[in-house]
Design a protein around this ligand. Structure first.
Ligand SMILES: [Zn+2]
Length: 481
């Protein structure tokens, strides 16, 4: 995720009035950098049916591993109700028999549930459902669970960016999803925590004159059309965290190009003119340059979606980053950042949300690198400015509360960690670390400890002290020269 450029500038001008920004929604809840004004009280419980994550508690169920989702949702522009069915292959993560498990679900109600063809009991709570199969799940055995559901997805405000998370209306009567950090469970029951990746196949059943957009590749040559409906089926075969799943329904043009074995598919609102689309033309160029730096592009599909709404932020959505109308034009501010997330955040995901710097610090640093390569400010200049803004922070970069608010410290402080590492080990070792990081954890998740161990391994010496100084202490050390 990244604030749209106008908002970044407002944050950079912390303390100044927000003059020049026309997007009050995106900026009103941002205080000066490092001091978010709105913070939900963090509650951290250790219920065994929730992932032990002190950043966003109550999500996911660590006792199950969902391996695939095949979801079909019927949706209509202007109608807030959806009808859906999802079939998931899942297995218990432990050896003991599992009597029940939970799925996250906010809004719709499950009307029918089965596990391996036998009816299962469903007990609905506020934001999750308890599923009790007829037979306990046995350790290691994969089962197929199917749920039919219907209702109105419930949206949740995400105070930090002034955005709404979940399935929501766009400005033209269609629907789209803002999934990070836990919006996918507003429209499909799922294990909504990044620690559980799965393959996803998404079918959107929409009126015949409407498009349905999701991640990965469109199956067939187009939608299946029958009885006035169009069924758009997309599949993403690379494992994907639930917070990276996309659904959008509306009037879109699909624009496709193939380059270097990667298919690039853009979904633009039909109302978006050529000028608004132009900036996205640089996507294949940026992807190719990042591939030289970080290793091969980690998916078969690339592209972007623009939704017909001003958002104030862009989202890293796997294979198809999501932008609002306010982030289009000749130069798309967050394009390099969101494309870098395809390596850092998507191919390699965080095991827990407090490792968010592994996403945002890396994407920010890659954005700086692209800027320098493209003739803009150098990485050194960017780092100096970031250090000016973040250096005297009182919050460590690797801090659960900062992660919970997506504090800009995570972005710039996280990038400064990499800058310090690069100074410490030199360019050759630094890029070997980044390439091995992706190669060794692609399709999976990783932790800060994994990164410290890898960096130390490549450098040939223990670098824990460097990471402790930059990640776990505040204020930040002086910038290396
Ligand atoms: Zn980001």
């Amino acid at each position: 995720m990244r604030r749209a450029l106008a908002t970044v500038l407002v944050v950079a001008l912390a303390g100044c009035s927000a003059g020049g920004s026309s997007d009050g929604a995106a900026t009103s809840s941002d205080g000066p950098a490092g001091a978010p004004t709105t913070t939900e009280a963090l509650t951290f419980d250790d219920r065994p049916d929730d992932v032990a994550d002190e950043v966003f508690a109550d999500l996911g169920d660590p006792r199950i591993d969902v391996r695939s989702y095949d979801v079909e949702v019927r949706a209509d522009p202007g109608d807030p109700r959806i009808e859906g069915e999802v079939t998931m292959a899942l297995a218990p993560t432990g050896d003991d028999a599992l009597r029940d498990f939970t799925l996250d679900l906010k809004g719709p109600e499950i009307t029918d549930a089965s596990v391996d063809g036998e009816p299962a009991q469903v007990q609905a709570g506020d934001a999750e459902v308890v599923i009790t199969p007829a037979q306990p799940l046995l350790g290691g055995d994969e089962v197929e669970a199917t749920f039919t559901y219907e209702g109105e997805p419930s949206q949740a405000p995400f105070p930090v960016f002034g955005i709404t998370v979940g399935w929501q209306p766009d400005d033209e009567g269609g629907w789209f999803t803002m999934s990070e950090p836990a919006g996918t469970s507003s429209w499909v029951p799922c294990n909504d925590h990044p620690s559980d990746k799965a393959t996803w196949r998404v079918t959107l059943d929409v009126p015949e004159d409407t498009e349905g957009i999701s991640n990965g590749r469109l199956e067939g040559d187009g939608p299946e059309v029958a009885d006035g409906r169009a069924r758009w089926t997309w599949s993403e075969d690379e494992p994907m965290a639930s917070y990276l799943v996309l659904a959008a329904v509306g009037d879109y043009d699909l624009v496709t190009a193939d380059a270097d074995g990667v298919r690039t598919t853009y979904a633009f609102p039909t109302s978006l003119d050529e000028r608004g689309r132009r900036g996205f033309d640089r996507t294949p160029e940026i992807v190719a340059w990042f591939a030289e730096q970080f290793g091969p592009y980690p998916a078969d599909d690339s592209g972007a979606i623009v939704v017909p709404t001003d958002l104030g932020v862009a989202l890293e959505v796997q294979t198809r980053p999501l932008f609002g109308l306010d982030d289009t034009g000749a130069a798309v501010g967050a394009l390099a950042h969101e494309l870098a997330h395809q390596w850092f955040g998507d191919a390699v995901g965080p095991e827990r949300w407090d490792d968010l710097w592994l996403n945002e610090g890396f994407a920010t640093y890659a954005d700086w690198m692209w800027g320098e390569h493209d003739g803009g400010d150098t990485v050194d200049e960017e780092a100096a400015r970031a250090h000016e803004r973040q250096g005297d922070t009182s919050i460590p970069v690797h801090d659960p509360q900062a992660a919970a608010t997506f504090d800009f410290l995570i972005y710039e402080g996280g990038a400064l960690v990499l800058h310090a590492l690069r100074h410490e080990v030199g360019d050759e070792a630094f890029f070997e670390i980044l390439r091995r990081w992706v190669a060794e954890h692609r399709g999976s998740t990783a932790t800060t400890a994994d990164f410290v161990a890898l960096a130390s391994d490549v450098a040939g010496r223990d670098l824990q002290e460097l990471f402790t100084a930059w990640l776990d202490r505040a204020p930040l050390p002086d910038l290396p020269r």
